[in-house]
Design a protein. Structure first.
Length: 625
């Protein structure tokens, strides 16, 4: 069933995000399209069980949910969509005016980008079909598909290695697993909570009223996305933060209520920490001549790497025993039949996958140390995102402008790297642009959720592998076919792929080669400061009882996505503080169905209106940021 759903789901995701621009499920941690699919299957399964026989068990529904979620990640905003923008751009958009052919055309491996002029032209012009030009994509997408599968294998092996430490030893909560687990409860117990339906009706009302306002402007709207900080604070010194949104999203309030209180409070506190850096930097003139100052992306990148290092430090005894298992020195610890892979297979599988990725980069002509920096940095961020979702349940996690391929030329100057290495940075831009639809935490959450219901981890590994292969093919077709039909350069698409391609080649590679950057050591210092500050927060939490600030909040709060949901998280924090202080644990647990109802109502009702917009072409209310 999951494999049948995945192709249609990929088309839906691409139409929402890249073609119609009516919704962005993969920019948030919970994908509303997958929640809608699970709710539909659960309802159908229950009805069939009443009249005949339920075809799916609770475990079956969870496996379908996570298979479709993994495939959604691969089709998402920061995966296949960016890949297509990157590989379609450099050959077709090379002109005598920009001189790209002579500047870097010879450095692009011929097997990684399509070069058929007709296939490229009709992709941008439209009124064509993928079936007419599929041969142009066989070699490039086969190479990138193998590369992506190696990434997924490395992620899965790492997840197998760390699962036992995070779940059994540290007992992290994995808040985002709560909703799918509750939705598949036997006898639909979750749907019998009155508080859940009361909460469900709140986003129902908001979505219905605001969509009617879209279609009939004379009707009033509920202004959940109409205000910014600049409308209330007009002093010129606050200009750097005047555009900060003051949006209210019911689903974000619901997710926020499930999060640990210290991390939830730290997220909005550090959000304003970063804003004050911008205000103070502008007031002191630090940004004059230094457009990247105060180097927030670099500081946040240092924070992410610190989270990965701290997670490894906390689990050092477990990791040591896993490595001993890999070489046969600790057979007792290796007897873990509940793991998806034996520890030895996981360790050597990661080594094999990582070696393949390095070989891939070397085949492209990249130098060794920048190549290592890219992948070590990327896997550091991946582990940090994994940790954010496991401990915080963060509703968003992105890290724009913190790709090592962008930061290394800023830190050391463009001339410190060969043209082939810089070209490699541009080609690797697609999985480093941001990290919102990251597949690694989806894999870990599937292991955790299925473990809680007693499902076989090894059978789940096979299911996720099938979902990865079918999901990749579906994602590639799902991105290419609508753009061949409508034209990536035409007004019938939003132009998102053009934006991605321009970022990688015009603002990235062409700038580095045609107008080389000088070294900017402040970028390196900012990254080190972010790393040290995050470690210092961790040390304070260990040594000072009740220390309120959490390093996770420091790392995650600089993102563009948190701009959208900071106020919702603040509301969730305030409500949770009052409930815990005056109602205790009992009232907190009684309010959990209410929080889940906010999420489900926003996702289901907003998703239905989203589909109406796709099929009718009508303008709809964007219930997500």
């Amino acid at each position: 069933m999951a494999l049948l759903i995945i192709p249609g789901n990929a088309w839906w995701v691409v139409m929402m995000e890249a073609v119609k621009y009516t919704g962005h499920p993969t920019t948030y941690s919970l994908y509303f399209n997958v929640v809608i699919i699970l709710a539909t299957l659960t309802a159908v399964n229950h009805l069939l069980g009443r009249v005949w026989c339920a075809p799916f068990t609770r475990t079956d529904l969870l496996v379908i949910y996570f298979m479709v979620a993994l495939a959604t990640s691969l089709a998402g905003h920061d995966q296949a969509q960016v890949l297509m923008g990157v590989i379609m751009w450099p050959i077709f958009k090379a002109t005598p005016e920009n001189n790209w052919t002579n500047t870097f055309g010879q450095f692009i491996p011929h097997w990684l980008v399509p070069r058929d002029p007709d296939a490229l032209r009709e992709f941008f012009v439209g009124n064509s079909g993928l079936l007419l030009h599929w041969r142009a994509f066989v070699a490039p997408l086969a190479c990138w598909g193998a590369f992506t599968l190696a990434l997924l294998l490395a992620f899965f092996c790492l997840n197998v290695i760390i699962r036992r430490q995070w779940v059994d030893s540290e007992r992290l909560t994995f808040p985002l697993v709560a909703l799918p687990l509750e939705m598949v409860e036997p006898e639909l117990r979750f749907y019998r909570h009155r508080a859940m339906w009361v909460a469900f009706c709140i986003p129902l009302l908001i979505n219905v009223v605001n969509n009617l306002h879209q279609w009939l402007p004379g009707l009033p709207e509920i202004k959940t996305r109409s205000y910014t900080v600049g409308q209330f604070i007009t002093n010129r010194y606050w200009a750097p933060v005047a555009g900060t949104p003051m949006f209210i999203f019911p689903f974000a309030i619901g997710i926020g209520y499930l999060l640990p209180l210290d991390v939830l409070g730290s997220s909005w506190i550090f959000f304003w920490w970063w804003k004050m850096e911008r205000v103070i930097g502008a007031a002191l003139g630090l940004t004059t001549g230094h457009p990247n100052a105060p180097y927030i992306s670099e500081q946040a990148y240092g924070g992410y790497i610190a989270l990965a290092v701290l997670a490894a430090y906390a689990g050092r005894h477990h990791l040591r025993r896993v490595l001993r298992c890999a070489v046969g020195l600790d057979p007792e610890y290796a007897r873990t039949r509940t793991e998806a892979l034996p520890y030895a297979v996981a360790v050597w599988g990661f080594v094999l996958a990582f070696s393949f990725l390095l070989w891939f980069g070397r085949t492209m002509g990249m130098e060794w140390w920048p190549l290592l920096a890219v992948f070590v940095g990327y896997f550091g961020i991946s582990v940090a995102v994994d940790r954010l979702r496991a401990e915080f349940g963060c509703p968003t996690h992105d890290l724009h402008a913190a790709y090592p391929g962008d930061m290394l030329p800023r830190m050391f100057g463009s001339l410190s790297f060969s043209p082939r290495t810089l070209t490699g940075f541009a080609l690797f831009f697609w999985f480093n642009r941001a990290h919102r639809s990251h597949p690694m935490p989806v894999q870990l959450e599937s292991l955790v959720a299925c473990g809680r219901v007693g499902a076989s981890q090894r059978r789940l590994a096979l299911a996720l592998g099938l979902a990865a292969v079918v999901g990749l093919v579906s994602a590639y077709i799902g991105v290419l076919q609508p753009h061949y039909a409508r034209g990536a350069d035409s007004a019938r698409t939003w132009g998102l792929l053009k934006h991605f391609g321009n970022e990688a080649w015009q603002f990235g590679l062409a700038t580095n080669l045609q107008t080389p950057r000088r070294a900017e050591p402040a970028s390196l210092y900012a990254m080190l400061i972010g790393f040290v500050f995050c470690v210092a927060l961790f040390a304070c939490r260990i040594r000072i009882a009740g220390f309120p600030l959490h390093p996770v909040g420091f790392a995650v709060s600089s993102s563009w996505s948190l701009d959208q949901v900071w106020l919702s998280l603040f509301i969730a924090w305030l409500c949770k503080v009052l409930i815990v202080r005056y109602g205790g644990l009992k009232l907190y647990r009684q309010a959990v169905p209410f929080a889940l109802g906010l999420i489900l109502g926003d996702f289901v009702v907003g998703g239905i209106f989203n589909m109406v917009g796709i099929f009718t072409g009508a303008s709809v209310y964007h219930f997500l940021g």
